[in-house]
Design a protein around this ligand. Structure first.
Ligand code: ZN
Ligand code: ZN
Length: 365
C-alpha cells in the first residue's frame, strides 16, 4: 500500500515527507495505523549526521502508538482494532537474553541496522529500500512491524498521550525503576532535562527519592524539571555541577543518571558520586567518543558505572504498567507534551527539538 512518511535522505538536509510504498505484513508481523509519534533525540542524531552508523534513506520515529490494521501469518494475541504502543526493541522470546528476562538484548533482532528481523526494510521510496529508524519507523501513517514490537494496551487511554511510553517514558522511568531500582530516600542527580531526563526526574519522584537534582544548560528545561519533581536545579553553564552536587548532598550523590549524549556530562556525573554510589548512563555519545575517568576512582570508593538501555524494558510487562501509573495520576505524560505537529511539520519539529524548545513534541496523524 502507499502511505506518507517523514524521512531523511542525507544528513543535515531537511526532513522530507512523501509517499512511501509499504509491504503487507509478513510472517509474524502486524500492520499498525499510527495515531501519534513522539519527537525523539535519537532521531535528531540520525537527521543531523552525528550518529554515523545510521543507514540512509531512513524513515524516522521510534516512539509511537496506533491501532492494529492488519495481521500476518503466525501472529497470536493481536487482532485488528487492538490498541498498541510500539516498541523499538522486538524480541524473539527464545534466545538466551529473552529467556533470562533481558529481552532488550535479544539476539535474534536484525543484524543489519534499519531493517526488520526478516532482513527486509518493508518500505520503498522511488524504488529504493527505505530503512526504518528503531524498527518501528513511526513518523508514518502506517507501519509494518514484528508482532513483538506491538504491545497491546487497554483501549480507554488516549493514544496521543501514551505513545510516549514507547521510548521516552520507558527509557527514563525504567532506568529508575528497573535498571537502578532506586530506594526511597536516596539522593539522585540527573544530567540532561530533555524528554528522557524529565522522565528520570519523575521516576525518581515516583519512588520517593530524597533529593532530586536536575542539571542542564537551559533554564527552560530546568523549569520543566521542577514541574516534574526536581527539588534542586543546577545550570551547568554558570555553576560547576560537581561542586554544587557535593555541596547539596554533603558526600556526593547516591545515583547519578546521564540522560544526555555528552561525554563531559558523563565524566561530571562520575565525579559527583558518593562512595558505593551508581552512575547510570542512558545517553548515547557520538560515534567514537571516549570517556576519561581516573582509574583510581573505582576500587577504593566501590562506585558502579552501568548502562541502561530502554530502561531495561520487558515491554509486555512494563508498557501496561506505565499505562496504569498514568491512569492513577502517578505519571504525568500529558504534561511532557508541550507541542503538537502534523506529519508534514516533521522538519519544524526537529528544528524545535534542536533549539531546545521541547519537553516532548508529538506528531498527531
Ligand atoms: Zn527514542
Ligand atoms: Zn530473543
Amino acid at each position: 500500500m502507499k502511505m506518507r512518511a517523514a524521512f531523511v535522505t542525507r544528513p543535515g538536509e531537511p526532513i522530507t515527507v512523501d509517499e512511501v510504498e509499504l509491504d503487507d505484513p509478513g510472517e509474524g508481523e502486524v500492520q499498525v495505523k499510527l495515531v501519534a509519534s513522539g519527537i525523539c533525540h535519537s532521531c535528531l542524531h540520525a537527521a543531523d549526521g552525528s550518529w554515523a552508523d545510521i543507514p540512509l534513506p531512513i524513515v524516522l520515529g521510534d516512539e509511537g502508538a496506533g491501532i492494529v490494521s492488519g495481521v500476518g501469518r503466525s501472529v497470536s494475541g493481536l487482532k485488528e482494532g487492538d490498541h498498541v504502543i510500539l516498541s523499538w526493541a522486538p524480541s524473539c522470546g527464545q534466545c538466551h537474553y529473552c529467556v533470562i528476562g533481558r529481552p532488550v538484548h535479544c539476539e535474534n533482532r536484525s543484524k543489519q541496522p534499519g531493517r526488520l528481523p526478516s532482513g527486509q526494510t518493508g518500505m520503498q521510496w522511488r524504488g529504493q529500500p527505505m530503512h526504518r529508524f528503531g524498527t518501528v519507523a513511526s513518523h508514518s501513517e502506517y507501519t509494518t512491524i514484528p508482532s513483538s514490537s506491538a504491545i497491546k494496551i487497554r483501549t480507554d487511554v488516549p493514544l496521543t498521550t501514551v505513545a510516549l511510553i514507547g521510548c521516552s517514558v520507558m527509557t527514563g522511568v525504567g532506568a529508575v525503576l528497573n535498571t537502578a531500582q532506586v530506594p526511597a530516600g536516596a539522593t539522585v542527580a540527573i544530567w540532561g532535562a530533555g524528554g528522557i531526563g524529565l522522565n528520570v526526574v519523575q521516576g525518581a519522584a515516583l519512588v520517593s527519592a530524597g533529593m532530586i537534582i536536575a542539571i542542564d544548560l537551559l533554564e527552560n528545561k530546568l523549569e520543566f524539571a521542577r514541574k516534574f519533581g526536581a527539588t534542586h536545579t543546577i545550570n551547568a553553564g554558570s555553576t560547576d555541577p560537581i561542586a554544587a552536587v557535593r555541596d547539596l548532598t554533603g558526600r556526593g550523590v547516591d545515583y547519578a543518571f546521564v540522560a544526555t549524549g555528552s561525554t563531559r556530562a558523563l565524566e561530571q556525573a562520575w565525579a559527583s558520586l558518593a562512595n558505593g554510589a551508581t552512575c547510570v548512563v542512558i545517553g548515547m555519545p557520538g560515534s567514537g567518543e571516549m570517556m576519561q575517568i581516573p582509574s583510581r576512582s573505582i576500587a577504593g570508593s566501590e562506585r558502579v558505572l552501568r548502562g541502561s538501555f530502554y530502561g531495561s524494558a520487558r515491554t509486555r510487562v512494563d508498557f501496561p504498567r506505565m499505562v496504569e501509573l498514568y491512569r492513577s495520576g502517578k505519571l504525568d505524560i500529558d504534561g511532557l507534551i508541550n507541542r503538537r505537529y502534523t506529519l508534514d511539520q516533521a522538519d519544524q519539529a526537529y528544528q524545535d527539538l534542536a533549539a531546545g524548545d521541547l519537553a516532548r513534541g508529538i506528531i498527531v496523524n
